[in-house]
Design a protein around this ligand. Structure first.
Ligand code: ATP
Length: 128
C-alpha cells in the first residue's frame, strides 16, 4: 500500500523500524545467518589479533557485509517464493537455486578476500 509521498520524520522512523524488524526476523529464522555471524566474529577477532591495516579492515567489512546482505536477500526471496507457490514449480526451483548461488558466490569471494589478507600475516608469524 503506497503512502502519501513527501518527507515525514515519523514515516522515516517507522521505515527504519521495519528494516530493524527485518534484520531481527532474518537472524531469528535463519541458522545460516548465525553461521555467517559466527564467521564474521572470527574474522573481526583475527583482524584485531593480526593488526590488519585500515584498507584491509575496509575490505574485510565489505566481505562480511556482502555475505550477510546476499543471505538476507536469499531469505527474502525464499519467503516470497513460498507464498507465491507453496507447491512444487520449476521456476520457483530456479529462483531459489539462483538466490542460493548468489550466497555461494559472495561466500567464495569473501573467503578469497580473507585468504589474501590473512595468509601473509599468518605466514609471516610462522616464518618470522
Ligand atoms: N516450491 C518449490 N518448487 C520447486 N523447487 C523447490 C521449491 N522449494 C524448494 N525447492 C528446491 O528444492 C531444493 C531444496 O530446497 P530447500 O529450500 O529445502 O533447501 P536448501 O536450498 O538447502 O535451503 P535452506 O538451507 O536455505 O533452507 C532446492 O533446489 C530448491 O530450489
Amino acid at each position: 500500500m503506497r503512502k502519501p509521498s513527501g518527507f515525514l520524520i515519523s514515516q522515516r522512523i517507522a521505515s527504519f523500524g521495519h528494516a530493524l524488524a527485518g534484520i531481527h526476523a532474518f537472524v531469528k529464522s535463519q541458522p545460516n545467518a548465525w553461521i555467517h555471524l559466527f564467521v564474521a566474529v572470527i574474522v573481526v577477532i583475527s583482524g584485531f589479533l593480526l593488526q590488519v591495516t585500515l584498507v584491509e579492515w575496509s575490505l574485510l567489512i565489505f566481505a562480511i557485509t556482502l555475505v550477510l546482505v546476499s543471505e538476507a536477500l536469499n531469505t527474502s526471496i525464499e519467503y516470497l517464493c513460498d507464498l507465491v507457490s507453496p507447491g512444487h514449480h520449476p521456476l520457483i526451483k530456479k529462483s531459489k537455486d539462483i538466490a542460493a548461488g548468489a550466497v555461494l558466490i559472495s561466500a567464495i569471494g569473501a573467503a578469497t578476500i580473507g585468504g589474501i589478507i590473512f595468509l601473509p600475516y599468518i605466514l609471516a608469524r610462522l616464518t618470522g
